[in-house]
Structure formats: C-alpha cells, structure tokens
Ligand binder design. Sequence first.
Ligand SMILES: CSC[C@@H](O)[C@@H](O)C(=O)COP(=O)(O)O
Ligand SMILES: [Zn+2]
Length: 220
Amino acid sequence: MNFSAISSEDKQAALSELRSITADFAARGWFPGTSGNLSLRVGGFSPDRFHFAIAASGKDRSIGNHEDFLFVDTNGEPCETTNLKPSPETMIHAKIYRVTGCGAIFHVHTVYNTMLSEYYGDQGAVPAKGIELIKDLGIWEDDDSIQIPVLPNYRDISKIAKLISGSLKPEVPGILLRNHGIYAWGKNALEAKRHLESFEFIFEVLYRSLLLPPGPAKKG
Ligand SMILES: CSC[C@@H](O)[C@@H](O)C(=O)COP(=O)(O)O
Ligand SMILES: [Zn+2]
C-alpha cells in the first residue's frame, strides 16, 4: 500500500494513540532526558513494504507538542515533507517490524532494564523463571522460563540492526541493548504497552531478588 493511500483518519488515530501512551510513560519516568522512542505501524504490511509513525529524534518526550512524530517507510525514510528528524534507532524499529510483522514497538530506558542488561550482558540474555507476569507476554507454560536477549550497544546502529534477526526469540516480544534500554513490541499499541509493563515488572522483581538474602526454605 502507498503511504498516500492510508487515510488521514488512520494517520491521526495513530498519532493520538502514540501521544497518549507517550504521556503515560513520561509520567512513569520512562523517558529520562531525551531518551526513548515509540513507533506504531500504519496501513497494510508486507515484509518489504510498510509504514510507521516514529518519535522525532532528540525531543523531550515529557513535553507534549505537535512536533513529535513523523511517518517513515520500510527504510526509515520520511514519507512526507517535514523538518523533523527520525531517530537513528528507526533502523532498529524497521528491522523488528520486518522480522516480526508486529504493529507497535516501544523503546524506553529505565534503571532496572539498564542494570540487568549490563549484569547479564556477558551471557547474552536475562533469565526469568516462575514470575506470574511472564504469562502476560503470552507464555503460558508450566515451566514458564524465558531468556530475554541482550544485544551489544554499538554506536553504529546498523551493526545492531544486523544482529536482530539472529537474536530474537519468537516467543519473547522484546530485546535489550546492553547498558541502554529495552525494545518491546506487540500486534498493536495496547499489546506492546502490556508487554513493556510486564517486562519492567519482571526486571524490577529480578533486580530486587538479587539483593535479598536466601529465604528461610533455602537456608538449609
Ligand atoms: C540521548 S540519550 C538516548 C538516545 O541515545 C537514544 O538511545 C534514544 O533512546 C532516543 O534517541 P532519539 O534519536 O531521540 O529517538
Ligand atoms: Zn535509547
């Protein structure tokens, strides 16, 4: 589908959904400084042709303004005339859309995701097991254990983008960049938001568990 064939109602609906979720995440402190970027796919999808709205680069996400999102194509190139600059990380979003076919991708930096990505960085994944919110990632096994991939945080974003297809775990809707933050996705904005909230809860539990001494049953 051509970008011009996507209705202006659909484009406006995407912007309004992104603005509302941006305000929600900003209120939680999930966009420190000018970090983070959210994106939402619009129109139809084929791995070689799709469009998405993405946050403009270098903006304070906690200040609502209308110079905040632009529409880009499969290659991360703007589809309309604009003064706004897409983030260099648009390449990561484009690659995740291409590989997963998802509908929304949310990237945030938090203390918990940053610390755990560094703590488990050498082993390439953050392990999580038996935490109820793993189910909210769509994983309902009895032995609900997952490995959340950690990729190196190269300055050259194209090097990160190249690693994505080989690192994603189909059942885990997220990846961490080491000492940087998380990308979480879903079939639409609501599912991506739910997944991101679940990941952040899991990271906080894991981090706090590392600080606790062994419980009574484990002392022997
Ligand atoms: C300025 S700190 C964060 C950036 O380096 C980047 O990782 C980020 O999340 C936001 O980049 P941006 O280009 O503004 O979308
Ligand atoms: Zn970032």
